[in-house]
Design a protein around this ligand. Structure first.
Ligand SMILES: NC(=O)c1ccc[n+]([C@@H]2O[C@H](COP(=O)([O-])OP(=O)(O)OC[C@H]3O[C@@H](n4cnc5c(N)ncnc54)[C@H](OP(=O)(O)O)[C@@H]3O)[C@@H](O)[C@H]2O)c1
Length: 268
């Protein structure tokens, strides 16, 4: 078995990463106050408890997947138990500087997304300045359990929280919209859903594997006076691009505001 990881706050994202880690051979102990809500994790070989201190003490690496303010309280309270261990915070809008103010752990700030549950997440991360070089590989290996990873500068975290952290919600809206469109033109429900998500999956794979810009790939589908251009005309007319830009800009601003409030509150 690989190292033991404590997942503190096994709610939506904490449970997702606990499952991904277990599948990848890590020992996992997951906590939440109402531990009866995560009993299903036990069947997957994940230890569950409500005692964060015990979980931290018995683990090599700690993942905090709490809301930002709860994360700060627990990091403060368990600071001594976490000392010299790797602490990975998944809390949105919680800067490394605030975590370091209350902890003597080797700190990583990361933002993953719900697709981590199936190993299809995209996780961006940054290390604190004092993080030991020789331990960075352990973090990269662990985060890779959730899917693809990318090290980034912390200044991009609010934008990435809005783009890829929240992103599955936008793409699920796209899949749902395409499915409804399928229903509108008479497809059976299951076929409409399958055709929608397989198309999203395939288009994403095409971009990732070809390395080509989406606009070049799109040109391959749009033939003069063909079927696709009629749909593209309607989408452009609806302002779909600016809708996405406005949406992600608005979510970025929200994340920036939360970050700013946290920084002010903790005077960092
Ligand atoms: N959801 C996402 O897609 C996503 C993606 C990336 C990052 N995040 C970030 O991850 C964090 C958690 O988000 P979430 O959506 O997973 O929220 P969530 O579902 O509410 O999970 C948080 C969990 O923490 C538990 N909890 C609260 N206080 C605790 C404590 N003192 N000790 C142990 N457990 C405690 C809660 O359960 P009890 O009340 O039973 O204790 C709750 O289930 C947030 O900072 C969020 O920004 C979320």
């Amino acid at each position: 078995m690989k190292q033991k990881v404590a997942v503190i706050g096994a709610g939506t994202i904490g449970s997702a990463v606990a499952i991904a880690l277990r599948k990848n051979g890590y020992g996992v102990i997951a906590t939440r106050r109402r531990k009866e809500k995560i009993q299903d994790l036990e069947g997957m070989g994940i230890e569950i408890c409500s005692d964060n201190r015990r979980a931290v003490q018995s683990s090599d690496i700690i993942i905090i997947s709490l809301k930002p303010m709860d994360a700060v309280s627990e990091i403060k309270r368990l600071s001594e138990d976490m000392q010299d261990k790797i602490l990975i915070s998944l809390a949105a809008a919680l800067p490394v500087g605030v975590i370091k103010k209350f902890s003597r752990s080797y700190t990583v700030r990361a933002m993953t997304n719900i697709a981590a549950r199936v190993g299809g997440g995209f996780t961006v991360y940054c290390f604190d300045d004092e993080f030991p070089e020789e331990r960075k590989a352990e973090v990269r290996e662990l985060l890779s359990s959730f899917g693809r990873i990318e090290e980034v500068e912390e200044k991009y975290m609010d934008a990435l929280t809005a783009l890829s952290g929240s992103g599955p919600a936008y793409i699920l809206t796209v899949i749902e919209s395409m499915m409804y469109a399928g229903l509108k033109v008479g497809l059976p429900r299951e076929l409409a859903l399958k055709a929608s998500y397989e198309t999203v999956l395939g288009a994403a794979k095409l971009v990732g594997e070809s390395g080509d810009h989406p606009s070049i790939l799109k040109e391959l589908v749009i033939t003069p006076a063909g079927v696709t251009i009629d749909a593209i005309y309607e989408l452009e007319d609806s302002g779909i691009r600016t809708a996405f830009m406005r949406a992600i800009e608005s979510a970025t601003k929200k994340s920036e505001t939360i970050t700013k409030n946290i920084i002010e509150k903790f005077n960092v």
